[in-house]
Structure formats: C-alpha cells, structure tokens
Design a protein around this ligand. Sequence first.
Ligand SMILES: *Cc1c(COP(=O)(O)O)cnc(C)c1O
Length: 390
Amino acid sequence: MQTNNRIYLSPPHMSGKEQEYIAEAFRSNWIAPLGPLVNTFEKRLADYAGVKGAAAVSSGTAAIHLALRLAGVTKGDTVFCSSFTFVATANPILYEQAEPVFIDSEWETWNMSPDALERALQDAKRRGILPKAVIAVNLYGQSAKMDELLSLCDAYGVCLIEDAAESLGSVYKGRQSGTFGHFGIYSFNGNKIITTSGGGMLVSNDEASIEKARFLASQARDAAVHYQHSQIGYNYRLSNILAGVGISQLEVLEERVQARRKVFDRYKEALERFPGIRMMPELEGTASNRWLTALTLDNGVTPNDAIACLAEQNIEARPLWKPLHTQPLFSSSLFYPHSDQERVCENLFSRGICLPSGSNLSEADQNRVIAALVHLFESKGATSWTASMS
Ligand SMILES: *Cc1c(COP(=O)(O)O)cnc(C)c1O
C-alpha cells in the first residue's frame, strides 16, 4: 500500500464548476483567444479587485510586458525592480532591451525597501536618468509598503507597476492588493492561488491603457478592413476556454484565501515554539492571502537540510526566491541594498524556506510535513545541546 503520497508545494485546486463553463465555450463554439467568457472574466475580476479595467492575457509575464510597453519603456531605459522575486518579474525588462536596477527588501514585509528605492531614485535623478517604471512585488501574498513606495514614485513622477502575481485576494489598508500601482498584474499559473492552468490579468483604473493593452495583445491591428500594422504587437490574449476556468475559480477565491491562511496558522502554531523559527511577518493594516507559508530558520538547520529532509518523505519544499541581482542572468545589473550594513533579501534567502501550502492540503498531510520538521528540529536541538555540554 502506498501511504507516502507526494505532497506538492502549491497544486491546483478546482472548484468543480470549471467543466460547466468549458462546456459553454464548446457549445457556443467560442474556441478562440477572445469571446464572451473572456469579457465576463475581465468584468468579474475588475469588480472583485475594485478597478475600472482588466485585460485577460495568456500569462502574468505577458501582463508585466504589456505594462512596461504602456509605461513607455524602450531600449536603453532603466526600470527599477524588486530583487527578491521570481525571474518572471524582470524578464520583460530584458524583452524591451531596457536595464533593470534591483532594489532590496525590508524586514517588515520582505518586499521592496522604501529606503533603498529612495536612494536609487536620488542617484538616478542626480545622473539625469530617472527610471521609466518601478516594478514592486508582493511576495508570497504579502503586500509591499505601498503608501511609501507610491509617494516616492509620485514625487519623482515614475510609473509604479505592482506585480501581484502572488497576492490576488490580499488586502492592504482596506483595498485589494494589485490595485495601488498605475498598473497591477495577476497570474493564474498552475501554482497560484487560483489558476486557469496558465493565464494572467493586467488591471488599472486607466481604462484607455487597458484598451490599448487589448490592442497590443492581439497583434496591434489598426482600424482597417485589411490587416494594417504600425506597432509591434503580441499574441497575448487569454483563451475563451481558459477564461471559463478563471470565472469558476474566481467564485471560490475567498475560500481559497481562508484555507491558505489556515494552513499558515497551523504551521505557525506547530513550529514557532521552536527556538530560531520565525514565520513571515504580516504588516499591520494588511491581510496576506498566505499564498505560500514562508519561514526562516535560525536553529542550525539550513534551508537545504530542511528541503532534503522533507524530500525524503516525498514532500516538496523550496528555498525562498533567489535574489535576482545574484542571478547569472543579471550579473551586470546595479543593486541598492536596504542599508550599508544590510542586504535583506540575501539574508532571507540564506535562511528561509516555503512549505506545502495548497488550499487543498489535508490536515493529515500537513501533519506529515509538521512531523518531519519537528523530528528534524528536535534532533538538531539535541545535537547542539549535547555539543554545548561537552
Ligand atoms: C508566477 C509569477 C509571475 C509570472 O506569472 P506567469 O503567469 O507564470 O507568467 C510573475 N511574478 C511573480 C512574483 C510570480 O510569482
């Protein structure tokens, strides 16, 4: 008997109603990267988030790329970007042959440090090359310090793009995460809090820009009966079939947020009593969707020890995102640390892990994860205690 089933980090969790919407797409023969379900999905997501416009696209990465185009980013421009994130945040900067400059995190949210951003903006202004955009990420569901970041961007007249790929359903001071920047982006990749298998959304209160995004995302066809083009376009629209999946997933988003928060709370209760274990913080005035439970280890257990130990039990765990300024791809990019003494994201990366956090993680499976970690922490504790006695 196989009792040791694989526990994944963040598997898809279907509502059960997806097939009905898919059937509707087939019944109406809207099997295309446009259609009534795409329009409905956009409208419902915009209503949920509380923004005027939303454009459904094939991925979160495509949404970031469109946001950069709409912000006017072109070859040789500078774009400031969180360092502590997945590579998809910054790849679109390279698509436009622009220069990323990476900004460190701060301790309270693990997201973009307003101090580091301010220094970077001051330097850029002195040199007469302000960035065209700032991309701030809301990591693992936790909103960045949006008030501080926005007031800096406003003061310098720079467009803020909010990468909310991981924070759909999170709240910052009473408003939905992803709606603070001039543009926000969401992802519906298979591992996100809701999924269309692959997909994304660009949101903004600037409806003209959202209209322009739809135009760019469908090959930038000018208004003419013949096919006429005067700008570079993309084939980035979301399939009508997948929009059906998205509508159904959106209906259960609030439940998914509550389930992930509950997973986080159970880990917290079981693990934080061990010395050196610290859960990812939640900034006052914000509610994270707790997309992934993240924590730091200062108990002699390295992230790799913990990940290897869980892997032996057929459990998937991951280190925190490797800071982009330390990636070979970006070895020539500038980086602004939080302070002279602190490189916060490097520090977090060296100590942190993400645990299985699916909204469909059973209590029994979560107990398996906890038991493996407790065993590891206790054996380490015993070793260091023995060592200190001798
Ligand atoms: C998943 C993710 C993306 C990319 O979204 P895709 O839909 O996979 O293209 C971008 N940024 C962050 C922070 C993400 O986690």
